[in-house]
Design a protein around this ligand. Structure first.
Ligand code: KG4
Ligand code: ZN
Length: 367
């Protein structure tokens, strides 16, 4: 990033369609935040996907196409803002289900073209990553634990375009592990909230489940994650106990306890990496973002860890942890504020949707 960000409040419309939420929001402010959320409309397709136990891409893109215009209209009306009063239009350009990303990005291009406003092509993960600036004005550099249905990463965030990868999953994402655990235990989709609720009445020490990479035969230092062995162990446990019937609360609590141990151990390792990159930051922030950050037991464990290690935990409220468009609007706002003094990144109408787009990687390709 170059230059000092713009200090005039910007008003941005955000559009999010990369998974199974069709969302639009209007946000106002300037970096480093906090910003003001003028409207935040999220239409969840959970019901449409629930019978399949996961998101069906074809159903998702069709649903986005049917409702995205109405969701945008609601967001603008809720904020009492006309298209002409916006400073820019931000949309998720990836990573995600390509059909859905195409719907949101193409809609945003149409609006940008019709209104003459700049288009901000936003990385969905950057949206999650910068949410704590929208809500709390968290300063760079911070340590980020990004835990969602598709991602599980620890990153040092030194700027809107300066991400240092400390660790990531070598197999499943943590939200995916929650969703698969729910399926194994006969709990509804999406699995994370269902497992968390079931775990509340259970004993976390009832069953011993593995902590891959953290302890046991494949233990190794560092900040990488692995969840697939944990999921397999849960499946075997349920199969073994089926005749007697497993206590879902105990199994959920034991599963969640294993996830917490894994996340806490890897985050502790990443804290050391952050300290060596940024030795001068006093009381740095540990930001937890992505859908799994809505889990209160995980939040409490990370809070305790942060207290011991001299970090301050920042977790956005649950409705801003799961997919939403306010985070996309805010990330677009930061891009525009930076670009007006530094060279307009991602504002070209020629930008393409991307199924894959790592944060600590290259900018989107244009065609
Ligand atoms: O960030 P998100 O809304 O979508 C993606 O970009 O993936 O995250 C959705 C994921 C799902 O896997 C869901 O099960 C998980 O976040 N999740 C939770 C909780 N709420 C949502 N996982 C654990 N505990 C929760 N309370
Ligand atoms: Zn997400």
């Amino acid at each position: 990033m170059t230059g000092k960000p713009l200090q005039r409040p910007l008003t941005i419309l955000g559009i999010e369609t990369s998974c199974d939420e069709t969302a639009a929001a209007v946000v106002r402010g300037f970096p480093p935040g906090p910003g003001e959320i003028l409207s935040n409309i999220v239409f969840s397709q959970n019901e449409a996907h629930a019978p399949y136990g996961g998101v069906v891409p074809e159903i998702a893109s069709r649903a986005h196409l049917e409702i995205v215009d109405g969701v945008i209209e609601q967001a603008l009306a809720g904020a009492n803002i006309a298209l002409s009063e916006l400073d820019g239009i931000a949309a998720t350009a990836g990573p995600g289900l390509i059909g859905g990303v195409m719907v949101g990005l193409t809609t945003a291009k149409g609006l940008a073209l019709a209104s003459g406003k700049p288009l901000l092509a936003v990385n969905h993960l950057k949206g999650h990553a910068l949410t704590a600036r929208l809500t709390n004005g968290v300063a760079f550099p911070f340590l980020l634990l990004l835990v969602s249905g598709g991602h599980c990463q620890l990153l040092g965030v030194a700027g809107g375009d300066d991400f240092r990868l400390y660790g990531s999953t070598i197999d499943d994402a943590v939200g995916e592990a929650f969703d698969k655990a729910a399926k194994i235990l006969g709990l509804p989709y999406p699995g994370g909230p269902a497992v968390e609720a079931a775990a509340r009445g259970g004993n976390p020490r009832a069953f011993h489940l593995p902590r891959p990479l953290v302890s046991g035969h494949n233990a190794r230092p560092g900040a990488d994650f692995s969840f697939s062995g944990l999921k397999t162990a849960l499946r075997l446990l349920v199969q073994r106990q089926t005749a007697a019937g497993i206590c879902v609360a105990d199994a959920s609590a034991s599963f969640q306890a294993a996830v917490i141990d894994i996340l806490a151990d890897r985050t502790r390792a990443a804290m050391a990496m952050y300290r060596s990159d940024f030795p001068d930051v006093e009381m740095p922030a540990l930001v937890v973002a992505g859908g799994v950050a809505a889990n209160q037991a995980i939040g409490a464990a990370l809070d305790e860890l942060a207290g011991r290690e001299g970090f301050t935990v920042r977790i956005p409220p649950p409705r801003l942890c799961t997919d939403n468009a306010a985070m996309i609007a805010w990330a677009g706002l930061e891009m525009l504020a930076q670009g007006e003094e530094g060279g307009a990144p991602g504002t070209s109408l020629a930008v393409s949707p991307r199924a894959r787009w790592p944060l600590a990687g290259k900018a989107p390709v244009s065609i």
